[in-house]
Design a protein around this ligand. Structure first.
Ligand code: NAD
Length: 507
């Protein structure tokens, strides 16, 4: 990257913005703290960008737009190909930043970067999807065809829990389609996005095609209000997703806003008990439950409930909690002390509301890391749909188990929930699984697959309160989101062969 342009004197450890290919200081005097959740120590400061910063980033995007959209799609794809190679060579470095700022284990962070890289691989082939349609002779001597063109300057606002993967769902697709991009990552985990921008610049991306700003509501509101931004992709919690969708649409932008989740896993009596319990433990407690596709509610059908609870308890007790970069650790800390306390308060509420606390993670301590934001694995049985621990997204290592009698009960329960991101079923019966996939009102369904995150050549998105907008993220729906069609009807008449008329033209 190029040298920092000093606009105003600020602390050395404050992360800069990346605008127009330069590392620049924010115009804002407000900063936030970036904390290592494993130690509780402040490791960096992050600027809280203001409207002037957003304006500078959008201007850089606008300046770069003409040249980038005019660059042949294959040449754009070649830059993305180089970015892919650099990313593959830097997986561990990016993963270390993620683990340091988010807290997840290194192995989990590596996996998340690799899932993001799949979208970059997909983006290399996007020229194929930018082809339009052509009909010859729709009228006498008249041809009709469509073009798929970039929408302009796009913006992405991303959550803390996937510092590289979620940004990679957005900007490689937008940029491959010929757009320019302003990324506003979560202020809690800003460094991975800066590394991605650095690698993309090294790959030959022209200045201004990708810009990174940091900040909170002030920056987001400036993005939503900016008339120069054509499309807005958001991933985060449901209340903010709804706000972004409504306000963005009011301001004339196309918006896709992905929200929170409460993902159910249904376990039928014929399921393979060990396989299912292992899958649920990984999906419930991986990344300390801070995944939008985490399984947070287990729905046990019939007699499998007792043996399943016993297995889950034993496996949850065996999970080792500690700093994400330590060998042998299965689960890292939560993102902040405030969030850890919030998750704890849900465990308190579950107990008060009468759920059976099978495994309590509240008294978890990690020697030598007393100031880290740790919480142990927690398991509740006998949970009912009326309880807060069932209704709310907890976003922590808390698995709740509900007991039902039939598959119909399970489907009704899921279809009554306000969220509909992902769900899974565990069974050996093909017909049961087929009925489930047909009747369940959820965007992503796993059959004996606990976290059914689609591959990059499909698209990611939930239903109901888990997604506001029409198009899912990445894959062919991502290409549709970041392009708009133009339909051309044309003829090349020999002079004098077509008479002009005032009537509505027909064939
Ligand atoms: P969040 O909604 O608090 O923040 C997301 C982004 O919005 C951040 O960049 C943040 O700076 C910004 N923001 C926060 N408050 C804002 C406000 N009042 N006005 C405008 N912008 C604001 O989410 P989070 O805590 O970072 O992430 C966790 C949430 O994200 C969970 O609910 C999780 O389910 C969800 N999530 C969903 C998906 C999905 O694909 N559906 C994926 C990952 C995470």
């Amino acid at each position: 990257m190029k040298n920092v342009v000093d606009k105003s004197p600020v602390q050395a450890e404050t992360i800069p913005l990346f605008i127009g290919g330069q590392l620049v200081r924010s115009e804002s005097t407000r900063t936030g703290q970036v904390t290592n959740p494993a130690t509780g120590k402040v490791i960096r400061y992050v600027p809280m960008a203001n409207a002037a910063d957003i304006n500078a980033a959008v201007s850089a995007g606008q300046k770069a737009l003409h040249g980038w959209r005019a660059t042949p799609a294959l040449r754009r794809a070649r830059v993305i190909q180089k970015f892919l190679t650099l990313l593959q060579a830097n997986v561990n470095g990016v993963a270390r930043l993620i683990s340091e700022e988010h807290g997840k284990t290194l192995g989990d962070a590596i996996g998340s970067v690799e899932r993001g890289i799949e979208v970059v691989e997909f983006a290399c082939g996007i020229p194929h999807l930018l082809k339009g349609e052509y009909s010859e002779n729709v009228g006498a001597g008249v041809d009709c065809y469509t073009l798929r063109q970039p929408v302009g300057v796009c913006a992405g606002i991303t959550p803390f829990n996937f510092p590289a993967m979620v940004p990679l769902w957005m900007f490689p697709v937008a940029i491959a389609c010929g757009n320019t991009f302003v990324l506003k990552p979560s202020e809690k985990v800003p460094s991975a996005s800066m590394k991605l921008a650095e690698l993309f610049q090294q790959a030959g991306l022209p200045d201004g095609v990708l810009n990174v700003v940091h900040g909170d509501k002030e920056a987001v509101d400036a993005i939503i209000a900016h008339p120069g931004i054509a499309a807005l992709s958001f991933v985060g919690s449901t209340p903010i997703a709804k706000y972004i969708y409504e306000t963005g649409a009011k301001n004339g932008k196309r918006v896709q806003a992905l929200g929170g989740a409460k993902n159910h896993a249904v376990v039928l009596p014929d399921a393979d008990l060990d396989f299912t319990a292992d899958a649920l433990i990984g999906a419930g407690y991986g990344s300390a439950g801070e995944r939008c596709m985490a399984v947070s509610a287990v729905v046990a059908v019939g007699a499998i409930a007792d043996p399943l609870v016993a297995k889950l308890k034993a496996k949850a007790e065996a999970i080792k909690v500690g700093p994400g970069d330590a060998v042998g650790v299965d689960m890292g800390p939560l993102i902040t002390s405030a969030h850890r306390d919030r998750v704890k308060s849900y465990i308190d509420a579950g107990e008060k509301e009468g759920a059976k606390l099978v495994k309590d993670g509240r008294r978890c301590t990690v020697p030598e890391y007393e100031n880290g934001f740790y919480l142990g694995t927690t398991l509740f049985d006998q949970v009912t749909p009326q309880m807060t621990i069932y209704k709310d997204e907890i976003f922590g290592p808390v698995l709740v188990l509900l007991r039902v009698q039939t598959l119909s009960d399970a489907i009704n329960l899921i279809n009554s929930n306000a969220y509909a991101n992902g769900t899974a079923i565990f069974t050996r019966s093909g017909s049961v699984a087929r009925r489930f996939q047909n009747e369940v009102n959820v965007g992503m369904v796993g059959i004996n697959v606990p976290i059914p995150v689609p591959m990059a050549f499909y698209s990611f998105g939930g239903w109901k309160n888990s997604l506001f907008g029409d198009l899912h993220m990445y894959g062919t729906e991502g290409v549709k989101f970041y392009t708009r069609t133009k339909t051309i009807t044309g003829r090349w008449p020999d002079s004098g062969t077509v008479a002009a008329g005032l009537n509505m033209p027909t064939l």
